[in-house]
Ligand binder design. Structure first.
Ligand SMILES: Cc1cc2nc3c(=O)[nH]c(=O)nc-3n(C[C@H](O)[C@H](O)[C@H](O)COP(=O)(O)OP(=O)(O)OC[C@H]3O[C@@H](n4cnc5c(N)ncnc54)[C@H](O)[C@@H]3O)c2cc1C
Length: 496
């Protein structure tokens, strides 16, 4: 059977079409040299220990690899890279392995070595005057958030996989998440990087400067490069004052346009107070209420559209509840908001956020779904949701659009759930048509086929289609300049 996504993006080497070959062991001499650098804790070759590193979070890919390298320092990594470069061994960096696009997977050749920085997990420095943290690439995102909080600061990057995703991974994918509308994405939260290049050269760029116009900003080239240009070993991250006032509400809104109108009301009143503004459809909310233990709707009636409004301020005297009530009252009068519930406690805040965060899990429990992580200009979000929903329902009668996500960034997960009772495999066999259907509309609205998940192994063909010509040509030349042997994360981002 051909994997459904293989239909969409060309002949992806999926497990059922192209099973992994047995791993090809590294040459003895190279293995001995790597061992002398890394020590026995630094190399994993046992098949059962390698196993969790050979398949991805979504279950799209399964690869093979002779070894996982676990350097404990930048120097160790650089020494390994010099050897691997000389021996022309391909290397796949892997962080928490939560990529939605198979970015951290070795291929099926059995030749690619996996590189994990999980032993490089120190927070080297935290400075509440500079408002910076120097974190190694293997630090888990949640650990970085907690360290900042422990020093009375905030590291604001926040996403569903934060308990597993690493600093190296979030920077290499330029992750977005829930608070991008207020704090920007990972790129905006980075001041400096330490990088190991494919040939083992080291860029010592851990500068904690707010201003540093000194030649090409190589640090920014690495952010979002998905491990194809260099290996991020440590980063200077920006910190912010911790929030001292918060207000969170769940609103039933009249339409997609009403959701956008509400966003504008909050933004116009106090842009800096909006920490997150998330849209959810009636379909998605139904699935959460049906499948997630303890999930309840704190509103009197069900609706077709909801938004989660999350306000925060570092000013303890910021009257966010007053702001929330005033704006919601105006919107109620204007007929945009139908009903709203304000959280009165930490438990209620958590319960409201859970309704949003459990969307992926609820969708999984409901049946098969196809994911589209797309973005359009913020002004076009309502049109995008409407047009895509109608087109998808026409394409597959009975299917259920589940658009949700970061409305304030123009980034909606335009997902589609299978019709009730339909065979899951038959539905997934239409993945190609479903993604094309969404992408055609997104393109027409000047949007992007990947808002925050990246290109990885899943979407290089889309990159060719959407970013061809001089743009793709420039990307290829950058790759050739930094990695002329094509050894770093081959087969990702750039089309073959
Ligand atoms: C439940 C869930 C929710 C998610 N929500 C969001 C969301 O809201 N927003 C969002 O943007 N993403 C989201 N994601 C996607 C994913 O969490 C992010 O892409 C995250 O940034 C990946 O981090 P990681 O450490 O797991 O990296 P991995 O998945 O291991 O790797 C991702 C890419 O980065 C490369 N890489 C990893 N470490 C390094 C390094 N040190 N140097 C160079 N390259 C490296 C890999 O080769 C790969 O190409 C979600 C994923 C899940 C499973």
């Amino acid at each position: 059977m051909t994997h459904p996504l293989a239909v969409a993006f060309g002949p992806l080497p999926m497990p059922d079409t192209n099973p992994p070959r047995p791993a090809i062991p590294l040459p003895d001499e190279l293995m001995a040299s790597l061992l002398s650098i890394l020590g026995p804790r630094g190399i994993v070759t046992d098949p059962s220990d390698l196993e969790p590193h050979l398949s991805d979070w979504r279950g799209l890919y399964r690869g093979a690899s002779p070894a996982l390298l676990r350097p404990a320092s930048t120097e160790e990594l650089a020494a390994c890279m010099r050897l691997l470069h000389a021996a022309a061994i391909p290397v796949v960096p892997q962080g928490g392995n939560t990529s939605m696009v198979g970015g951290a997977m070795p291929d099926e050749s059995g030749r690619q070595v996996i590189l994990s920085l999980s032993r490089m997990n120190r927070i080297r420095d935290l400075d509440p005057v500079d408002m910076t943290m120097v974190a190694e690439a293997g630090v888990v995102l949640k650990t970085a958030q907690d360290a900042a909080a422990g020093a009375g600061c905030l590291f604001p990057l926040s996403l569903g996989a934060e308990g597993t995703a690493t600093i190296g991974g979030v920077l290499s994918t330029n992750a977005g998440g829930n608070t991008t509308v207020r704090y920007g994405n990972a790129r905006d939260l980075m001041l400096g990087l330490e990088i190991v290049l494919p040939d083992g050269g080291v860029i010592h760029g851990l500068r904690r400067l707010r201003k540093d116009n000194t030649g090409y900003a190589l640090r920014h080239l690495m952010v979002g490069a998905e491990g194809t240009l260099g290996i991020v070993t440590a980063a200077v991250l920006r910190l912010f004052p911790r929030p001292r006032a918060e207000a969170i509400a769940l609103c039933a809104v009249e339409s997609e346009d009403a959701a956008l109108a509400l966003f504008r009301r909050f933004r116009d009143r106090d842009e800096t107070a909006v920490r997150a503004f998330e849209y959810m459809s009636g379909n998605g909310m139904e699935m959460v209420l049906r499948h997630i233990d303890g999930a309840t709707l704190p509103l009197s009636e069900r609706a077709d559209h909801y938004v989660l409004v999350d306000l925060a301020s570092s000013r303890p005297d910021a009257d966010l509840r007053g702001l929330m009530e005033a704006v919601l009252e105006e919107a109620l009068e204007a007929g945009e908001v139908l009903d709203a519930a304000l959280a009165e406690s930490e438990a209620q805040r958590h319960a409201i956020w859970r309704l949003r965060e459990e969307h992926p899990e609820a969708q999984k429990k409901e049946g098969a779904s196809v994911k589209n992580d797309v973005s359009v200009p913020v002004s076009k979000v309502p049109e995008m949701i409407r047009r895509c929903s109608a087109a998808l329902q026409a394409l597959i009668p009975g299917s259920r659009p589940v658009p949700f996500g970061h409305m304030g960034d123009g980034n909606i997960h335009m997902n589609l759930e299978q019709p009730e009772g339909m065979d899951a495999a038959a539905f997934l066999a239409r993945s190609h048509d479903i993604m094309d259907c969404v992408n055609d509309i997104v393109r027409d609205l000047d949007g992007s086929f990947s808002a925050e998940h990246g290109v990885g192994r899943l979407k290089p063909d889309m990159l060719a289609e959407w970013r061809g010509g001089a743009e793709l040509d420039a990307m290829r030349r950058i790759k050739a300049a930094l990695d002329p042997k094509g050894l770093l994360n081959p087969g990702k981002v750039l089309p073959a």
